[in-house]
Design a protein around this ligand. Structure first.
Ligand SMILES: *Cc1c(COP(=O)(O)O)cnc(C)c1O
Length: 514
Protein backbone atom coordinates (compact mmCIF):
# COMPACT_ATOMS: atom_id res chain seq x y z
CA UNK A 1 0.00 0.00 0.00
CA UNK A 2 1.54 3.26 -1.06
CA UNK A 3 -1.15 5.81 -0.30
CA UNK A 4 -1.74 6.55 -3.97
CA UNK A 5 -5.18 5.14 -4.56
CA UNK A 6 -6.29 7.43 -7.37
CA UNK A 7 -6.86 4.64 -9.84
CA UNK A 8 -9.14 2.66 -7.55
CA UNK A 9 -10.81 5.32 -5.45
CA UNK A 10 -14.54 5.24 -6.08
CA UNK A 11 -15.92 8.22 -7.98
CA UNK A 12 -18.40 10.63 -6.46
CA UNK A 13 -19.59 10.35 -2.90
CA UNK A 14 -19.96 6.59 -2.71
CA UNK A 15 -18.70 6.83 0.86
CA UNK A 16 -21.06 9.26 2.48
CA UNK A 17 -20.06 11.55 5.29
CA UNK A 18 -20.47 9.75 8.56
CA UNK A 19 -19.69 6.35 7.10
CA UNK A 20 -16.35 4.71 7.67
CA UNK A 21 -13.64 5.77 5.25
CA UNK A 22 -11.14 2.92 5.37
CA UNK A 23 -8.56 5.01 3.48
CA UNK A 24 -7.58 6.59 6.80
CA UNK A 25 -6.63 3.26 8.28
CA UNK A 26 -3.18 3.03 6.68
CA UNK A 27 -1.05 -0.09 6.46
CA UNK A 28 -1.26 -2.75 9.15
CA UNK A 29 1.83 -2.84 11.37
CA UNK A 30 2.71 -5.60 13.77
CA UNK A 31 3.52 -4.62 17.32
CA UNK A 32 6.94 -6.22 16.82
CA UNK A 33 7.65 -3.54 14.23
CA UNK A 34 7.30 -0.93 16.96
CA UNK A 35 9.88 -2.71 19.11
CA UNK A 36 13.04 -0.80 20.17
CA UNK A 37 15.66 -2.70 22.26
CA UNK A 38 15.55 -1.58 25.87
CA UNK A 39 12.24 0.30 25.69
CA UNK A 40 9.85 -0.46 28.54
CA UNK A 41 6.11 0.04 29.08
CA UNK A 42 6.22 -0.44 32.84
CA UNK A 43 8.61 0.31 35.71
CA UNK A 44 8.42 -2.13 38.57
CA UNK A 45 9.59 -1.40 42.14
CA UNK A 46 12.56 -3.39 43.42
CA UNK A 47 11.55 -6.77 44.78
CA UNK A 48 11.16 -6.85 48.58
CA UNK A 49 10.89 -10.62 48.88
CA UNK A 50 13.82 -13.07 48.73
CA UNK A 51 14.45 -14.29 45.18
CA UNK A 52 14.09 -17.98 44.56
CA UNK A 53 15.92 -19.70 41.71
CA UNK A 54 13.45 -20.39 38.87
CA UNK A 55 14.71 -23.97 38.58
CA UNK A 56 13.19 -24.66 41.98
CA UNK A 57 9.82 -23.28 40.91
CA UNK A 58 9.44 -24.78 37.45
CA UNK A 59 10.67 -27.96 35.73
CA UNK A 60 13.76 -27.21 33.62
CA UNK A 61 12.06 -28.16 30.33
CA UNK A 62 9.49 -25.41 30.87
CA UNK A 63 12.19 -22.71 31.14
CA UNK A 64 13.45 -20.60 28.23
CA UNK A 65 16.67 -18.64 28.24
CA UNK A 66 15.31 -15.92 26.08
CA UNK A 67 11.79 -14.63 25.65
CA UNK A 68 11.22 -12.61 22.51
CA UNK A 69 8.70 -9.99 23.47
CA UNK A 70 8.23 -6.65 21.75
CA UNK A 71 9.94 -3.86 23.67
CA UNK A 72 7.47 -1.02 23.53
CA UNK A 73 6.22 1.92 25.61
CA UNK A 74 2.72 2.15 27.05
CA UNK A 75 1.88 4.76 24.40
CA UNK A 76 3.07 2.43 21.61
CA UNK A 77 0.73 -0.26 22.94
CA UNK A 78 -2.25 2.10 23.27
CA UNK A 79 -1.75 3.49 19.76
CA UNK A 80 -1.22 0.04 18.26
CA UNK A 81 -4.41 -1.47 19.66
CA UNK A 82 -6.53 1.64 19.18
CA UNK A 83 -5.47 1.70 15.53
CA UNK A 84 -6.19 -2.00 15.13
CA UNK A 85 -9.66 -1.50 16.63
CA UNK A 86 -10.37 1.21 14.04
CA UNK A 87 -9.70 -1.31 11.25
CA UNK A 88 -12.73 -3.31 12.29
CA UNK A 89 -15.90 -2.70 10.36
CA UNK A 90 -18.95 -2.52 12.61
CA UNK A 91 -22.61 -1.54 12.59
CA UNK A 92 -21.64 1.49 14.64
CA UNK A 93 -19.35 2.70 11.83
CA UNK A 94 -21.10 1.75 8.62
CA UNK A 95 -23.84 0.00 6.64
CA UNK A 96 -23.67 -3.78 7.06
CA UNK A 97 -26.22 -5.47 4.75
CA UNK A 98 -25.12 -9.03 5.54
CA UNK A 99 -28.12 -11.11 4.46
CA UNK A 100 -29.56 -13.55 7.01
CA UNK A 101 -27.32 -12.12 9.75
CA UNK A 102 -29.44 -9.03 10.59
CA UNK A 103 -26.61 -6.66 11.41
CA UNK A 104 -28.87 -3.92 12.68
CA UNK A 105 -28.10 -1.16 15.10
CA UNK A 106 -28.34 -2.25 18.73
CA UNK A 107 -29.50 0.65 20.92
CA UNK A 108 -27.03 1.65 23.63
CA UNK A 109 -29.82 1.55 26.21
CA UNK A 110 -29.64 -2.25 26.12
CA UNK A 111 -25.89 -2.16 26.72
CA UNK A 112 -26.35 0.23 29.64
CA UNK A 113 -28.89 -2.04 31.30
CA UNK A 114 -26.68 -5.11 30.77
CA UNK A 115 -23.84 -3.20 32.45
CA UNK A 116 -25.80 -2.30 35.62
CA UNK A 117 -23.76 -3.59 38.57
CA UNK A 118 -26.74 -5.48 40.00
CA UNK A 119 -26.83 -7.63 36.87
CA UNK A 120 -23.15 -7.59 35.93
CA UNK A 121 -21.96 -8.85 39.28
CA UNK A 122 -24.33 -11.82 39.54
CA UNK A 123 -22.75 -15.21 40.05
CA UNK A 124 -24.41 -18.24 38.47
CA UNK A 125 -24.05 -20.25 41.69
CA UNK A 126 -25.99 -17.76 43.84
CA UNK A 127 -29.04 -19.22 45.62
CA UNK A 128 -32.30 -18.36 43.84
CA UNK A 129 -33.53 -16.20 46.78
CA UNK A 130 -30.71 -13.77 46.01
CA UNK A 131 -31.31 -13.56 42.22
CA UNK A 132 -35.04 -12.91 42.12
CA UNK A 133 -34.58 -9.95 39.79
CA UNK A 134 -32.60 -11.96 37.25
CA UNK A 135 -35.12 -14.81 37.37
CA UNK A 136 -37.92 -12.25 36.89
CA UNK A 137 -36.14 -11.02 33.73
CA UNK A 138 -35.94 -14.57 32.32
CA UNK A 139 -39.50 -15.42 33.33
CA UNK A 140 -41.02 -12.28 31.81
CA UNK A 141 -38.85 -12.45 28.68
CA UNK A 142 -40.10 -15.99 28.10
CA UNK A 143 -43.71 -14.82 28.61
CA UNK A 144 -43.20 -11.99 26.12
CA UNK A 145 -41.63 -14.30 23.53
CA UNK A 146 -44.57 -16.70 23.98
CA UNK A 147 -46.96 -13.81 23.32
CA UNK A 148 -44.97 -12.63 20.28
CA UNK A 149 -44.84 -16.11 18.70
CA UNK A 150 -48.23 -17.40 19.89
CA UNK A 151 -46.59 -20.45 21.46
CA UNK A 152 -47.37 -22.13 24.80
CA UNK A 153 -43.93 -22.06 26.38
CA UNK A 154 -40.39 -20.75 25.88
CA UNK A 155 -36.93 -21.67 27.10
CA UNK A 156 -34.25 -19.02 26.77
CA UNK A 157 -31.52 -21.55 27.63
CA UNK A 158 -30.12 -22.17 24.09
CA UNK A 159 -27.28 -19.76 23.28
CA UNK A 160 -27.39 -19.62 19.47
CA UNK A 161 -29.81 -20.16 16.62
CA UNK A 162 -28.34 -23.54 15.76
CA UNK A 163 -28.45 -24.46 19.47
CA UNK A 164 -32.16 -23.57 19.57
CA UNK A 165 -32.68 -25.84 16.56
CA UNK A 166 -30.88 -28.74 18.22
CA UNK A 167 -32.91 -28.23 21.40
CA UNK A 168 -36.15 -28.25 19.36
CA UNK A 169 -35.32 -31.35 17.34
CA UNK A 170 -34.20 -33.22 20.48
CA UNK A 171 -37.60 -32.32 21.96
CA UNK A 172 -39.31 -33.60 18.79
CA UNK A 173 -37.40 -36.85 19.23
CA UNK A 174 -38.45 -37.14 22.88
CA UNK A 175 -42.05 -36.37 21.89
CA UNK A 176 -42.15 -39.15 19.28
CA UNK A 177 -40.37 -41.59 21.60
CA UNK A 178 -42.93 -40.90 24.35
CA UNK A 179 -45.71 -41.72 21.86
CA UNK A 180 -43.90 -44.97 20.99
CA UNK A 181 -43.06 -43.83 17.45
CA UNK A 182 -39.80 -44.60 15.71
CA UNK A 183 -39.14 -41.96 13.09
CA UNK A 184 -35.90 -41.55 11.21
CA UNK A 185 -36.20 -38.64 8.80
CA UNK A 186 -36.39 -34.86 8.98
CA UNK A 187 -37.54 -33.06 5.82
CA UNK A 188 -35.61 -29.93 4.94
CA UNK A 189 -36.40 -27.59 2.04
CA UNK A 190 -33.38 -26.62 -0.08
CA UNK A 191 -34.28 -23.00 0.75
CA UNK A 192 -33.69 -23.63 4.48
CA UNK A 193 -30.69 -22.36 6.41
CA UNK A 194 -27.64 -24.63 6.33
CA UNK A 195 -27.75 -25.18 10.06
CA UNK A 196 -31.05 -27.08 9.67
CA UNK A 197 -29.69 -30.26 8.01
CA UNK A 198 -26.72 -30.14 10.38
CA UNK A 199 -29.13 -30.03 13.32
CA UNK A 200 -31.18 -32.94 12.00
CA UNK A 201 -28.02 -35.02 11.58
CA UNK A 202 -26.73 -34.13 15.07
CA UNK A 203 -30.06 -35.20 16.56
CA UNK A 204 -29.65 -38.59 14.88
CA UNK A 205 -32.00 -38.09 11.92
CA UNK A 206 -31.53 -38.44 8.21
CA UNK A 207 -31.97 -35.08 6.49
CA UNK A 208 -34.11 -35.39 3.35
CA UNK A 209 -34.08 -32.42 0.97
CA UNK A 210 -37.32 -31.02 -0.46
CA UNK A 211 -37.05 -28.78 -3.52
CA UNK A 212 -38.40 -25.30 -4.14
CA UNK A 213 -40.68 -23.91 -6.83
CA UNK A 214 -38.48 -21.98 -9.26
CA UNK A 215 -41.30 -19.52 -10.02
CA UNK A 216 -42.44 -18.59 -6.50
CA UNK A 217 -39.28 -19.41 -4.54
CA UNK A 218 -41.45 -21.35 -2.08
CA UNK A 219 -41.53 -25.00 -1.01
CA UNK A 220 -42.36 -27.40 -3.84
CA UNK A 221 -45.59 -28.84 -2.42
CA UNK A 222 -45.67 -31.83 -4.75
CA UNK A 223 -42.13 -32.83 -3.76
CA UNK A 224 -43.08 -32.35 -0.10
CA UNK A 225 -46.20 -34.53 -0.46
CA UNK A 226 -44.14 -37.22 -2.18
CA UNK A 227 -41.53 -37.33 0.60
CA UNK A 228 -43.86 -37.00 3.59
CA UNK A 229 -44.49 -40.37 5.21
CA UNK A 230 -44.71 -42.02 8.63
CA UNK A 231 -40.91 -42.02 8.89
CA UNK A 232 -40.83 -38.19 9.11
CA UNK A 233 -40.32 -36.78 12.59
CA UNK A 234 -40.43 -33.14 11.49
CA UNK A 235 -40.12 -30.70 8.65
CA UNK A 236 -37.81 -27.78 9.33
CA UNK A 237 -39.08 -24.69 7.54
CA UNK A 238 -37.05 -21.47 7.49
CA UNK A 239 -39.66 -18.68 7.47
CA UNK A 240 -39.09 -16.33 5.75
CA UNK A 241 -36.94 -18.71 3.71
CA UNK A 242 -33.37 -17.93 2.69
CA UNK A 243 -34.63 -16.27 -0.51
CA UNK A 244 -36.24 -13.68 1.77
CA UNK A 245 -39.72 -14.95 0.89
CA UNK A 246 -42.70 -15.79 3.06
CA UNK A 247 -44.07 -19.31 2.59
CA UNK A 248 -47.65 -18.43 1.67
CA UNK A 249 -48.77 -22.09 1.87
CA UNK A 250 -47.42 -22.57 5.38
CA UNK A 251 -50.86 -23.41 6.84
CA UNK A 252 -51.36 -26.13 4.21
CA UNK A 253 -47.85 -27.43 4.90
CA UNK A 254 -48.64 -27.64 8.64
CA UNK A 255 -51.92 -29.44 7.98
CA UNK A 256 -50.30 -31.97 5.64
CA UNK A 257 -47.47 -32.59 8.11
CA UNK A 258 -49.80 -33.03 11.08
CA UNK A 259 -51.98 -35.48 9.12
CA UNK A 260 -48.84 -37.59 8.76
CA UNK A 261 -47.97 -37.28 12.47
CA UNK A 262 -45.00 -35.07 11.55
CA UNK A 263 -44.11 -31.95 13.56
CA UNK A 264 -43.40 -28.56 11.98
CA UNK A 265 -40.24 -26.85 13.16
CA UNK A 266 -39.83 -23.23 12.13
CA UNK A 267 -36.41 -21.66 11.92
CA UNK A 268 -37.38 -18.20 13.15
CA UNK A 269 -33.88 -16.74 13.30
CA UNK A 270 -35.21 -13.88 11.16
CA UNK A 271 -38.45 -13.23 13.06
CA UNK A 272 -37.63 -9.51 12.66
CA UNK A 273 -39.43 -9.72 9.30
CA UNK A 274 -42.68 -10.86 10.90
CA UNK A 275 -42.74 -9.11 14.29
CA UNK A 276 -46.25 -7.95 15.08
CA UNK A 277 -47.51 -9.18 11.69
CA UNK A 278 -48.08 -12.88 12.25
CA UNK A 279 -47.77 -15.32 15.15
CA UNK A 280 -46.20 -18.61 14.04
CA UNK A 281 -48.31 -20.45 16.63
CA UNK A 282 -51.47 -19.29 14.82
CA UNK A 283 -50.21 -20.84 11.58
CA UNK A 284 -49.95 -24.32 13.08
CA UNK A 285 -46.19 -24.34 13.71
CA UNK A 286 -45.18 -26.60 16.62
CA UNK A 287 -41.74 -25.22 17.47
CA UNK A 288 -39.80 -22.12 16.58
CA UNK A 289 -36.50 -20.71 17.77
CA UNK A 290 -35.75 -17.00 17.73
CA UNK A 291 -32.27 -15.57 17.36
CA UNK A 292 -32.24 -13.01 20.15
CA UNK A 293 -29.07 -11.60 18.56
CA UNK A 294 -30.79 -10.92 15.24
CA UNK A 295 -34.43 -10.15 15.90
CA UNK A 296 -33.86 -8.44 19.26
CA UNK A 297 -30.88 -6.45 20.40
CA UNK A 298 -27.67 -8.32 21.07
CA UNK A 299 -24.46 -7.24 19.31
CA UNK A 300 -23.09 -10.14 17.27
CA UNK A 301 -20.80 -11.01 14.45
CA UNK A 302 -17.87 -12.42 16.37
CA UNK A 303 -19.53 -15.74 17.07
CA UNK A 304 -21.28 -14.99 20.34
CA UNK A 305 -22.51 -14.73 22.99
CA UNK A 306 -26.02 -14.93 21.58
CA UNK A 307 -29.43 -16.36 22.34
CA UNK A 308 -31.57 -18.95 20.54
CA UNK A 309 -34.77 -19.05 22.62
CA UNK A 310 -36.91 -22.07 21.74
CA UNK A 311 -40.70 -21.60 21.73
CA UNK A 312 -43.04 -24.62 21.62
CA UNK A 313 -46.70 -25.59 21.40
CA UNK A 314 -48.57 -27.23 24.30
CA UNK A 315 -47.87 -30.91 23.46
CA UNK A 316 -44.11 -30.31 23.59
CA UNK A 317 -44.03 -28.50 26.95
CA UNK A 318 -43.12 -31.59 29.06
CA UNK A 319 -39.91 -32.05 27.04
CA UNK A 320 -38.54 -28.53 27.62
CA UNK A 321 -34.90 -28.34 28.72
CA UNK A 322 -34.46 -27.95 32.44
CA UNK A 323 -34.32 -26.08 34.69
CA UNK A 324 -37.52 -24.22 33.80
CA UNK A 325 -37.97 -20.73 35.25
CA UNK A 326 -41.28 -20.70 37.15
CA UNK A 327 -43.23 -18.37 39.38
CA UNK A 328 -44.49 -20.04 42.57
CA UNK A 329 -47.84 -19.36 44.29
CA UNK A 330 -46.18 -16.93 46.69
CA UNK A 331 -44.99 -14.97 43.59
CA UNK A 332 -41.36 -15.97 44.11
CA UNK A 333 -39.36 -17.05 41.06
CA UNK A 334 -37.63 -20.39 41.05
CA UNK A 335 -35.72 -22.85 38.87
CA UNK A 336 -37.69 -26.06 38.51
CA UNK A 337 -35.61 -29.21 38.06
CA UNK A 338 -38.27 -31.85 38.65
CA UNK A 339 -39.22 -32.42 35.02
CA UNK A 340 -39.19 -36.17 34.35
CA UNK A 341 -39.75 -35.93 30.58
CA UNK A 342 -37.29 -33.09 30.00
CA UNK A 343 -34.54 -33.58 27.42
CA UNK A 344 -32.21 -32.33 30.19
CA UNK A 345 -29.95 -29.36 30.51
CA UNK A 346 -28.54 -28.09 27.22
CA UNK A 347 -26.25 -25.37 28.51
CA UNK A 348 -24.41 -24.49 31.70
CA UNK A 349 -26.61 -22.71 34.27
CA UNK A 350 -29.30 -20.86 32.31
CA UNK A 351 -27.71 -19.92 28.99
CA UNK A 352 -26.49 -16.43 28.18
CA UNK A 353 -28.28 -14.31 30.73
CA UNK A 354 -26.87 -11.09 29.26
CA UNK A 355 -28.39 -11.82 25.85
CA UNK A 356 -31.76 -12.40 27.49
CA UNK A 357 -31.42 -9.20 29.50
CA UNK A 358 -30.62 -7.08 26.43
CA UNK A 359 -33.55 -8.57 24.51
CA UNK A 360 -35.92 -8.02 27.44
CA UNK A 361 -34.85 -4.36 27.65
CA UNK A 362 -35.23 -3.97 23.89
CA UNK A 363 -38.75 -5.41 23.87
CA UNK A 364 -39.92 -3.29 26.82
CA UNK A 365 -38.40 -0.10 25.36
CA UNK A 366 -40.14 -0.63 22.00
CA UNK A 367 -43.50 -1.96 23.16
CA UNK A 368 -46.01 -3.64 20.86
CA UNK A 369 -46.21 -0.67 18.47
CA UNK A 370 -42.44 -0.43 18.19
CA UNK A 371 -42.07 -4.16 17.51
CA UNK A 372 -44.69 -3.98 14.77
CA UNK A 373 -42.81 -1.05 13.21
CA UNK A 374 -39.63 -3.19 13.10
CA UNK A 375 -41.34 -5.81 10.94
CA UNK A 376 -42.82 -3.12 8.69
CA UNK A 377 -39.61 -1.17 8.22
CA UNK A 378 -37.38 -4.23 7.76
CA UNK A 379 -39.65 -5.28 4.88
CA UNK A 380 -40.06 -1.77 3.49
CA UNK A 381 -36.30 -1.12 3.44
CA UNK A 382 -35.57 -4.42 1.69
CA UNK A 383 -38.23 -3.81 -0.96
CA UNK A 384 -37.00 -0.24 -1.49
CA UNK A 385 -33.46 -1.45 -2.16
CA UNK A 386 -34.71 -4.29 -4.33
CA UNK A 387 -36.67 -1.83 -6.49
CA UNK A 388 -33.60 0.41 -6.86
CA UNK A 389 -31.32 -2.48 -7.89
CA UNK A 390 -33.52 -4.72 -9.99
CA UNK A 391 -32.84 -2.92 -13.28
CA UNK A 392 -29.08 -3.24 -12.72
CA UNK A 393 -28.83 -6.78 -11.37
CA UNK A 394 -30.83 -9.94 -11.92
CA UNK A 395 -33.35 -10.98 -9.24
CA UNK A 396 -33.52 -14.70 -8.50
CA UNK A 397 -37.27 -14.47 -7.84
CA UNK A 398 -39.15 -11.34 -8.86
CA UNK A 399 -41.63 -10.96 -6.00
CA UNK A 400 -42.26 -8.72 -3.02
CA UNK A 401 -39.68 -9.81 -0.48
CA UNK A 402 -39.61 -9.85 3.29
CA UNK A 403 -36.55 -8.52 5.19
CA UNK A 404 -34.02 -9.48 2.49
CA UNK A 405 -33.70 -10.38 -1.17
CA UNK A 406 -31.30 -12.38 -3.30
CA UNK A 407 -29.68 -11.26 -6.55
CA UNK A 408 -28.30 -13.68 -9.11
CA UNK A 409 -24.78 -12.36 -9.76
CA UNK A 410 -24.36 -14.18 -13.07
CA UNK A 411 -25.01 -10.91 -14.93
CA UNK A 412 -21.50 -9.86 -13.86
CA UNK A 413 -20.01 -12.87 -15.64
CA UNK A 414 -20.54 -11.44 -19.11
CA UNK A 415 -17.90 -8.86 -18.15
CA UNK A 416 -15.60 -11.46 -16.65
CA UNK A 417 -16.40 -10.47 -13.06
CA UNK A 418 -17.91 -12.47 -10.23
CA UNK A 419 -19.98 -11.87 -7.13
CA UNK A 420 -16.78 -12.08 -5.08
CA UNK A 421 -15.33 -9.15 -7.08
CA UNK A 422 -18.45 -7.08 -6.44
CA UNK A 423 -18.21 -7.84 -2.72
CA UNK A 424 -14.56 -6.76 -2.58
CA UNK A 425 -15.26 -3.61 -4.59
CA UNK A 426 -18.00 -2.57 -2.13
CA UNK A 427 -15.28 -2.32 0.51
CA UNK A 428 -13.77 0.53 -1.52
CA UNK A 429 -17.12 2.30 -1.29
CA UNK A 430 -17.00 1.94 2.53
CA UNK A 431 -19.82 -0.60 2.70
CA UNK A 432 -19.70 -4.03 4.27
CA UNK A 433 -20.37 -6.55 1.50
CA UNK A 434 -23.65 -8.47 1.55
CA UNK A 435 -23.74 -12.21 2.18
CA UNK A 436 -22.40 -13.92 -0.94
CA UNK A 437 -22.67 -17.46 -2.36
CA UNK A 438 -25.55 -18.19 0.05
CA UNK A 439 -28.21 -19.49 -0.31
CA UNK A 440 -26.57 -22.26 -2.33
CA UNK A 441 -29.60 -22.64 -4.62
CA UNK A 442 -28.82 -19.27 -6.25
CA UNK A 443 -25.80 -19.17 -8.58
CA UNK A 444 -23.38 -16.36 -7.62
CA UNK A 445 -25.84 -15.33 -4.87
CA UNK A 446 -25.82 -11.80 -3.44
CA UNK A 447 -28.07 -11.75 -0.37
CA UNK A 448 -28.92 -8.25 0.86
CA UNK A 449 -30.55 -7.48 4.22
CA UNK A 450 -30.64 -3.74 4.94
CA UNK A 451 -32.49 -4.06 8.31
CA UNK A 452 -35.02 -1.62 9.69
CA UNK A 453 -32.56 0.70 11.39
CA UNK A 454 -31.11 2.27 8.21
CA UNK A 455 -32.20 5.62 6.81
CA UNK A 456 -33.34 6.32 3.26
CA UNK A 457 -30.11 8.29 2.70
CA UNK A 458 -27.96 5.28 3.60
CA UNK A 459 -30.02 2.96 1.39
CA UNK A 460 -29.72 5.46 -1.49
CA UNK A 461 -25.95 5.67 -1.02
CA UNK A 462 -25.63 1.88 -1.02
CA UNK A 463 -27.81 1.56 -4.13
CA UNK A 464 -25.68 4.23 -5.85
CA UNK A 465 -22.53 2.25 -5.04
CA UNK A 466 -24.04 -1.03 -6.31
CA UNK A 467 -25.15 0.69 -9.53
CA UNK A 468 -21.74 2.33 -9.97
CA UNK A 469 -20.08 -1.07 -9.57
CA UNK A 470 -22.39 -2.62 -12.17
CA UNK A 471 -21.21 0.14 -14.56
CA UNK A 472 -17.56 -0.40 -13.60
CA UNK A 473 -17.96 -4.14 -14.30
CA UNK A 474 -18.88 -3.28 -17.88
CA UNK A 475 -16.44 -0.42 -18.44
CA UNK A 476 -13.36 -1.20 -16.35
CA UNK A 477 -13.67 -4.67 -14.83
CA UNK A 478 -10.04 -4.52 -13.61
CA UNK A 479 -11.29 -2.21 -10.82
CA UNK A 480 -13.36 -5.12 -9.54
CA UNK A 481 -10.61 -7.70 -9.98
CA UNK A 482 -8.11 -5.56 -8.06
CA UNK A 483 -10.48 -4.55 -5.25
CA UNK A 484 -10.25 -3.72 -2.47
CA UNK A 485 -7.88 -0.89 -3.34
CA UNK A 486 -8.21 1.26 -0.25
CA UNK A 487 -8.53 -1.29 2.54
CA UNK A 488 -5.49 -1.96 4.75
CA UNK A 489 -5.17 -5.46 3.32
CA UNK A 490 -5.90 -6.70 -0.20
CA UNK A 491 -7.47 -10.03 -1.08
CA UNK A 492 -6.72 -12.68 1.44
CA UNK A 493 -6.40 -16.39 0.88
CA UNK A 494 -9.62 -17.03 2.76
CA UNK A 495 -9.44 -20.81 2.50
CA UNK A 496 -5.93 -20.91 3.97
CA UNK A 497 -6.88 -18.36 6.63
CA UNK A 498 -9.73 -20.62 7.74
CA UNK A 499 -7.88 -23.97 7.43
CA UNK A 500 -4.48 -22.93 8.76
CA UNK A 501 -5.08 -19.90 10.97
CA UNK A 502 -1.89 -18.52 12.47
CA UNK A 503 -3.05 -16.81 15.61
CA UNK A 504 0.25 -16.76 17.53
CA UNK A 505 2.49 -13.79 17.85
CA UNK A 506 6.00 -14.52 16.64
CA UNK A 507 9.23 -12.63 16.86
CA UNK A 508 12.85 -13.26 16.14
CA UNK A 509 13.84 -16.90 16.52
CA UNK A 510 10.15 -17.88 17.00
CA UNK A 511 9.09 -16.45 13.68
CA UNK A 512 7.72 -19.05 11.27
CA UNK A 513 9.41 -19.40 7.88
CA UNK A 514 7.96 -16.82 5.50
C1 LIG B 1 -28.32 -17.01 11.58
C2 LIG B 1 -29.25 -18.10 11.26
C3 LIG B 1 -29.14 -19.34 11.89
C4 LIG B 1 -28.00 -19.71 12.82
O1 LIG B 1 -27.95 -18.91 13.96
P1 LIG B 1 -26.63 -18.97 14.89
O2 LIG B 1 -26.96 -18.10 16.05
O3 LIG B 1 -25.52 -18.45 14.06
O4 LIG B 1 -26.42 -20.40 15.29
C5 LIG B 1 -30.08 -20.30 11.60
N1 LIG B 1 -31.07 -20.07 10.72
C6 LIG B 1 -31.20 -18.87 10.08
C7 LIG B 1 -32.34 -18.67 9.13
C8 LIG B 1 -30.30 -17.85 10.32
O5 LIG B 1 -30.42 -16.68 9.69
Amino acid sequence: MNGNHNSTTPPGDGARPGLLRPVSAGPVRLISEESVPGRRGVSLPASDVPEQPLEELLPAEELRDELHLPEVSELDVVRHFTRLSSLNFSVDTGFYPLGSCTMKYNPKLDENVAALPGFRQLHPLQPTETVQGALAVLYHLEQLLAAITGMAGVSSQPVAGAHGELTGILMARAYHAQAGRQRRKVLIPDSAHGTNPATAAMAGYRAVTVGHDRQTGELDLADFAAKLDDECAAIMMTVPNTLGLFERRIEDICRMAHDAGCLVYCDGANMNAMLGQVRPGDLGIDMIHLNLHKTFAVPHGGGGPGGGAICVAEPLLPFMPKPVVVQRDDERYDLEWDRPLSIGQIHGFYGNFNAALRSYTYILALGAEGLRAIGEHAVLNANYLKAKLQDHYKLYVDRTCMHEFVLDGRSLREHGARTLDLAKRLIDYAFHPPTVYFPLIVPEAIMIEPTETESKETLDAFAAAMIAIAREAAESPELLHEAPGIAPVRRLDEVRAARQPDLRWHMGADAPPA
